[in-house]
Structure formats: C-alpha cells, structure tokens
Design a protein around this ligand. Structure first.
Ligand code: PAF
Length: 280
C-alpha cells in the first residue's frame, strides 16, 4: 500500500492505473462504517484509493477541529489489511495553500438541518470532496448514509457540475446495541454512551409508528422528541421528517422520507437517521 501526501504523487499513481479506481474519502479514526465502504469499493474496482484528511474548512470556529480524534498509524494498518492500494494523506497547506480562494457553494439543500446548525459546513465538505475527486479522478466514490445530508449535497454537486464519478451510498453501520458508528462516539463518557442509545430507540419508535399507519409528520417528530426528552443526558438540536431528496420538511410522511435528528450528549453532538420504509 502506498501512502502519498502529495497531489503530484497521487496524480502519477492515478495515471498509471488502467482499470477502474474507487475512492473512499475519510477524516480518519476509522471504524466499521468506514471499513464497510472500503470493502464494497474493494469489490467493485480494480484499484482502491482512500484519503485521510481532517478537513479544517468544514468545522465551525467553535467546533471540534483541534480535538477531532486521530490515529494515522492505526488507520493505515486497517486500510492495508482491507486491501487499499493508495492512501492520500495531505496536510492542510497541500489542500489549502495560502492563496486558496475558490469554493463550492452548495445551494438550498445545504441551508437546512446540519447546514442551518453548522453554517459553512457543507461549503467546506463540497469544496474538499470536489478537490479529492479532481486529484484522484475516481470512477466511483463511496459515502455512508449516516451523513445523509452530506450524501445528498455531494450527489447534487456531482449532478450540477457534471463531475464524472458514480456516487455509491452505503447503509449506516451500527454497534450491536444500535448506536450508529461515528468517530465522535469516542468523545462520549460511559454514561453518555449509554444515554446515546436513545437515538436508535427513537428512530425505531418512529419507524414502527409509521409502519402502523401514522403518517402525520408532526406526530412522528413529537414522538421522537418526547422519547429523547425523557433521557436526562440528551439535548435535542432538531428532529426532522423531510422529503428524501430535497430534505424539505413534510406534513405527510411518505415512503422514502428521511427521519433525521441531531442530539447533544454533554459536549458531543451526534446525528442519526432512518429512511421510512427501510430497515434501521
Ligand atoms: O464524511 C466525512 O468523513 C467527511 O465529511 C469527508 C466526506 C471525508 C469530507 O471531509
């Protein structure tokens, strides 16, 4: 496995690949969710590239950039075992030289939910992902449904800017007790980790109410909010029942609607979601 911190080195490698190339972009501190993307990408492409870059431009000024968990050595060992051919490990100056001044500004979809809570977040995500695409020129790129809005922002960007890459979405990977895998789970104290199980319980409750015939989106939101409010360590940021594509809030929850939420446990903010009609 090659570990390549420079853009020129990645370009040289890419030019030498005659077959298909898959890309798994990550911010490192890998877990089973990332590894599910890598496994799928490995199976579908002749060559496999992953990136590890904690992208500063997608963090707000009061967010966790400086404390974001990192484990480069452990990540590289996992990627090598998973059959990755090249890992791109740029530093911030490589991606954003001092004179950097061009951004991808996603539209309406990026102003809702996570975009409303984290102004500028999706501009940073879209910009870095487009740069990763132009540097690695993948045939396919793999993203988890856990970051459901990120996935849709990237799909929109690729469609709008005619980027020649197939976006492959993959399901959320959960711990055996239901907690969605996330690098930020590492921040949780044991009590917060236990309390965070309320998220998957709340999603399962909404899903079962919906399956039993409750399509009033306000009633579903309320049921989720009430369950979460009963957990003393949880503080709800938002609960949304939105159209699965444009993410606008719904009055009636149709199949394919996205029920998503963001909840704080102490200093840690977790997100999770379920597509109504699909398994958790
Ligand atoms: O999902 C992530 O880990 C990041 O947002 C991504 C896509 C690697 C861009 O920095």
């Amino acid at each position: 496995m090659l570990v390549e911190p420079t853009i020129a080195g990645v370009r040289r490698w890419r030019e030498a690949q005659p077959g298909s190339v898959g890309l798994v972009p990550t911010m490192g501190f890998l877990h089973a969710g990332h590894l599910s993307l890598v496994a799928r990408a490995r199976a579908e492409n002749a060559r496999l590239c992953a990136s590890i870059f904690v992208n500063p431009t997608q963090f707000g000024p009061r967010e966790d950039l400086s404390t974001y968990p990192r484990d480069m050595e452990g990540d590289l060992a996992q990627l090598e075992r998973a059959g990755v051919d090249l890992v791109f490990t740029p530093d911030a100056v490589t991606m954003y030289p001092p004179d950097f001044d061009t951004w991808v500004e996603p539209g309406a979809i990026a102003t809702l939910l996570e975009g409303a809570a984290r102004p500028g977040h999706f501009r940073g995500v879209a910009t870095v992902v487009l740069k990763l695409f132009t540097i690695t020129r993948p045939d396919r790129a793999y993203f988890g449904q856990k970051d459901a809005q990120q996935l849709r922002v990237i799909q929109r960007m690729v469609a709008d800017l005619d980027v020649p890459v197939a976006i492959v979405p993959l399901p959320i990977v959960r711990e055996p007790d239901g907690l969605a895998m996330s690098s930020r789970n590492a921040y949780l104290s044991p009590a917060e980790r236990q309390a965070a199980l309320v998220l998957s319980r709340a999603l399962a409750l909404a899903q079962s109410r919906w399956q039993a015939g409750e399509t009033d989106a306000a009633a579903l939101r309320q049921a989720v909010c009430e369950l979460i409010a009963a957990e003393p360590l949880a503080q709800t940021d938002y609960v949304s029942v939105a159209d699965g594509e444009g993410l606008t809030e719904l009055e009636r929850a149709a199949p394919g609607a996205l029920l998503s939420l963001a909840v704080r446990f102490g200093k840690t903010r977790l997100i999770d979601n379920v597509v109504l009609g699909e398994s958790l």
